[in-house]
Design a protein around this ligand. Structure first.
Ligand code: SF4
Length: 1009
């Protein structure tokens, strides 16, 4: 009997789910839903309950659970799938039993082993087969030996591995007949392994005729969703039919991300800002979360978010963010709930267990004692071991001899009565009896004794009782592993993992979930935290027992249907996870990353961030950007966070308000205003507003004049620095006199700027090659140079980011080459590349005497010569290029002054400059030649080079004079264009209400109006 297969696809989880629920309802609810994880099963059950009222729990099942249920029905003895803890213990057993070399006895080996065997088992491989196929490999021999022992150890305890369960499930499906429903919905699978697929196929034997796959993918974007390709390759030969789902009600800015992410398209000319998508750049995890909560709160206030529970915070690795989440939740009083398969961590209990282990290792010093003794969990017969009224006195005594570790000393020193001394002694003994290295059973007995005698849930809390009883049940199951040798650190890790309780969801709490656990959950607002390199995409640095070479060989020898997890497969799976997280949002999306860590060290942004930014820009959208630096002091409560107020502002407001001040406000005002530095800052601020652009508060510093002249004489002034002065004298001061620079953000994002820098380098090498060989090199040379430059310049980039940039650069090679050929046909060939020139300021004509010898320097991207020995000066631009009005306004001096430099240089002065222009390196006309800008020529038509040169010279003279007079006033030429992207906004207090633009002033500095 053939299986009818249908594939329904949508990149958005809600759209996919609606279609799946409809399909489920169409069958009168008689279909079975198979999902990949227990978390998704819980979500589905809750959604079915909402949509259809109550449903039976067996309607939704995970794939492995279904296999286990079938296998158990068919088995003679009582087997079950082993729990993660049991898999781990069996692995330790195997490691101690088999004679593994020293290098294998390292931390992380158990995880590496479990990962490797799970991967191989899921591909229907057995240890004997793998050992035979890769017999020459010593590591594989060891791995397969361990694997055999591990399985034997589990099977001996009536436990199945995942491979056993699926194989037994297949066998059961062949024996049990016609027991399952006729239609199955396989929801949320993005890939299958050989054995999982074989199991699904085997369901035919028990009556399944139709299988509907609901896959979160978009066929038109292969780059982003390539991970799902293997699933399609598996299903299509089986005659699978693709069914379309419509998703018209999603906002278009959200819809465009799955369509274009990772396709790296050219930006749209016109863009519209959307506040549905926000990008947050922060310093450290705490600021990331604080900013995200702030955005959500703003949306809630504006009615764009109904309640906090409509927001879902997703993060790749949740542990890193938990402390920050707790701090923020406590500070702002906004509850959060962690959705996790294993439950919420019981932090208090976890800390206590850690402290016990630490005390065993290094003894009870004062610090540890103070950590443990007041713990509310530490109780004897329902009463605290250390009564609350003794806390102060005990702390005082501990402080007096904090380094002491002798427990007898502490019993004598702290024992305020006989009973307490006895209990304290017994407690010390119970902790010291914890073994450092012993069998799992022995460890479990000692820990059990300690917990039974001294640990009780604080205030009889039900959740903690549950966590403690779970901990006890783990200790009980450890007792069955008598022969498994474990170290204290290993046992503590297991116990801490077990300290969890089931999440109870508060009324209105932000939901927090890891990206993997959150697959399939959707929400109106989604926040994806931690979009930094190495965090997401996360490439495991843990050492691996299987290499890509092993995988390739196994793949070939066993002709596997689905790929093993090679490195490229891992990257594709990270990309898939990211696209699935994006697909969780139905209305709004916040993406956050750390520009620096919490101490100011720059952090690299994730390439995923630029993938969505590019998708938005290419679709005509710009996200809203929220930036926060280390210097931004965290506010103390949410009102302050939202309104940007701080104590000073409150105090000043109070001081100037006519209302009656409360005693608190009066005290605060008086205290703040007494502060001398605040007094000075207030005065300065007052002047800024009263006399803007007139005094030293705004950069008018005549007293520095002689120092500045000396500085100019000793250094050179670049033409681009004069342009900076044209844009704003204060910017020139900050950048070129003070030498300030904003720390460069480490980013692996594929933006225009990086591509521009690379193309400058590529053209430099290509034109040098042209000069060297005397004729235009071929296209392959340009391509080879381009590849070389990318690999060399981006050698520190992650492979994936480098490959993406390389693709983008190589995509332009053909057009650039044909534009170069056109330049040659027009009669130009290069005679100089990156030509450094300089001239004395006296060449500009009348300048003040002390400035005459000041050197003006510049670098010309390219000088071409025609057959008539005439010269053309070209400067490359890969973004916007200046216009003629830029020269007229003194903010674009490059071309005319570059021409002057050539005209007065020793080597080139003999040839006339007939043209100067900007060549737009990556923009081409319809005829395939470079687009140009600001073309200055000698002939009659077009802008006259000479005329523009005179204007530029006049500006340069004027600027030099003002620089020598130390006039660095905050005077932007235009408040929007000049200040956009300027690094010094915070210093200059740029403010539209206060400043007059240079463009609005007469030459004497008067306001035009
Ligand atoms: S932000 Fe504007 S006003 Fe401030 S220094 Fe930069 S260009 Fe000048």
């Amino acid at each position: 009997m053939t299986l009818q297969i249908y594939i329904h696809c949508s990149p958005n989880w809600r759209v996919l789910e609606t279609a799946a629920i409809k399909a489920w309802k169409d069958g009168d609810g008689k279909k079975l839903v198979i999902v990949p994880s227990a978390m998704l099963r819980d979500w589905w059950l809750s959604r079915l309950a909402e949509e259809c009222g109550g449903v039976h729990g067996e309607v939704v099942v995970t794939l492995e659970k279904l296999a286990e249920q079938l296998a158990q029905r068919n088995a003679q003895t009582l087997f079950r799938l082993a729990h993660p803890l049991e898999l781990r213990l069996a692995a330790w057993d195997a490691l101690y039993e088999c004679n593994v070399p020293e290098q294998w006895r390292v931390s992380g080996v158990v995880d590496a082993f479990l990962d490797a065997v799970k991967e191989l088992e899921l591909h229907d491989l057995k240890p004997e087969d793998v050992a035979q196929a890769l017999a020459y490999d010593r590591n594989i021999n060891l791995l397969t030996e361990l694997w055999k022992y591990w399985r034997k150890s589990l099977n001996g305890r009536n436990l199945w591995t995942v491979g056993d369960v699926l194989r037994q499930g297949i066998e059961a499906a062949q024996r049990l007949q016609g027991e399952l429903c006729s239609e199955v919905i396989a929801y949320g699978f993005t890939g299958l392994t050989d054995l999982r697929w074989k199991f699904l196929q085997a369901l035919r034997g028990i009556g399944v005729k139709t299988m509907r796959f609901f896959v979160p993918t978009l066929a038109s974007n292969q780059q982003a969703y390539c991970y799902t390709q293997n699933l399609f390759n598996l299903l299509k030969p089986q005659g699978a039919k693709i069914c379309k789902i419509s998703d018209d009600d999603l906002p278009s800015e959200l819809k465009c991300i799955p369509q274009l992410a990772f396709c790296w398209q050219r930006e749209c000319e016109t863009k519209q800002e959307t506040d549905r998508i926000v990008c947050i750049a922060a310093a450290g995890e705490e600021q990331e979360i604080e900013m995200a909560i702030r955005v959500l709160t703003q949306w809630a206030r504006e009615g764009k978010l109904k309640r906090y529970s409509d927001a879902l915070l997703m993060v790749r690795s949740i542990d890193k963010y938990l402390p920050a989440l707790e701090a923020m939740s406590a500070r702002y009083g906004i509850p959060y709930v962690l959705l996790s398969e294993s439950g919420q961590p019981a932090h208090g209990l976890q800390q206590l267990l850690n402290a016990f282990a630490e005390a065993k290792r290094r003894g009870f010093d004062g610090e540890l004692l103070w950590q443990i003794l007041p713990s509310p969990y530490l109780q004897v017969n329902g009463k605290p071991l250390l009564p609350v009224e003794r806390h102060e006195e005990t702390l005082k005594r501990i402080r007096e001899n904090i380094a002491e570790t002798d427990t007898q000393y502490w019993v004598e020193e702290l024992g305020f009565d006989g009973i307490f001394s006895q209990k304290l002694g017994e407690f010390f003994e119970a902790v010291s009896n914890l073994p450092l290295e012993a069998s799992a059973g022995e460890h479990a007995r000692s820990w059990r004794k300690l917990l039974d005698m001294f640990v009780t849930p604080a205030n009889g809390d039900e959740k903690e009782k549950e966590a403690l009883s779970h901990l006890r049940s783990v200790l009980n199951s450890l007792m069955a592993w008598e022969k498994t040798e474990l170290q204290l650190s290993e046992i503590v890790k297991m116990l801490i993992d077990a300290c969890r309780f089931k999440a109870t969801i508060p009324q209105d709490a932000i939901r927090v979930v890891s990206v993997t656990d959150g697959r399939g959950i959707w929400s109106p607002a989604v926040v994806i935290l931690g979009l930094n390199d190495d965090e997401f995409p996360q490439i495991s640095s843990r050492f691996k027992l299987l290499t890509d070479e092993h995988r390739m060989k196994l793949q070939q020898i066993f002709k596997l249907l689905t790929p093993l997890e090679s490195r490229s497969q891992l990257l594709a799976s990270e990309r898939m996870l990211f696209m699935e997280a994006i697909g969780s949002a139905t209305e709004r999306l916040v993406v956050t990353y750390k520009r620096t860590d919490s101490e100011g060290k720059p952090q690299a942004a994730s390439v995923f961030l630029s993938a969505i930014e590019n998708a938005l820009l290419a679709s005509g959208w710009r996200w809203r950007c929220e930036e926060r630096d280390l210097g931004d002091v965290l506010p103390r409560n949410l009102d302050e966070a939202i309104d940007q107020r701080d104590a000073e502002k409150v105090a000043i407001f109070s001081a100037f308000s006519i209302g009656q001040l409360s005693p608190d406000e009066e005290a605060l005002t008086a205290q703040v205003l007494r502060d001398e530095s605040l007094h000075f800052r207030l005065q300065m601020e007052w002047k800024r507003w009263e006399e803007p652009q007139q005094g030293q508060w705004d950069g008018n510093l005549p007293s520095l004049s002689s120092h500045i002249v000396k500085h100019l004489q000793a250094k050179r002034v670049r033409v681009t620095a004069l342009e900076d002065y044209g844009h704003c004298p204060y910017r020139f001061f900050a950048r070129h006199i003070l030498g300030l620079q904003r720390p460069q953000e480490i980013t692996y994002t594929v933006d225009r700027r990086i591509v521009g820098i690379l193309w400058h380098k590529i053209m430099e090498k290509f034109l040098q090659q042209w000069q060297l060989q005397g004729n235009l090199p071929d296209e392959k040379t340009l391509r080879d140079i381009a590849e070389d430059v990318v690999n060399c310049e981006l050698k520190n980039y992650p492979d994936m980011a480098r490959e993406l940039v390389c693709q983008q650069v190589l995509a332009a090679v053909e057009k650039v080459y044909s534009a170069e050929r056109s330049e040659l046909q027009k009669g130009w060939h290069p005679i100089g590349v990156e030509v450094e020139l300089q001239f004395e300021a006296s060449r500009l004509g009348e300048v003040p005497e002390p400035l005459k010898q000041v050197v003006i320097s510049l670098k010309i991207d390219r000088i071409d010569e025609s057959a008539k020995k005439q010269l053309r000066i070209a400067d490359y631009k890969t973004g916007g290029a200046p216009s003629y009005t830029g020269i007229e306004n003194g903010i674009a001096l490059q071309l005319p002054l570059y021409a002057l430099a050539v005209q007065v240089s020793d080597e080139l002065a003999c040839k006339p400059v007939v043209e100067a222009l900007f060549l737009k390196l990556l923009e081409f006309t319809q005829r395939g030649v470079y687009s140009t800008a600001c073309r200055l020529v000698e002939q009659q038509r077009g802008r006259q080079l000479k005329e523009m040169q005179q204007i530029a010279i006049n500006w340069a003279r004027q600027f030099l004079k003002s620089i020598a007079a130390a006039d660095f006033t905050v005077r932007p030429f235009r408040l929007d264009s000049s200040c956009r992207g300027c690094d010094f906004k915070a210093m200059c207090r740029q403010n539209k209400l206060r400043l007059t633009e240079r463009g609005q002033m007469t030459s004497s500095g008067e306001n035009l109006e």
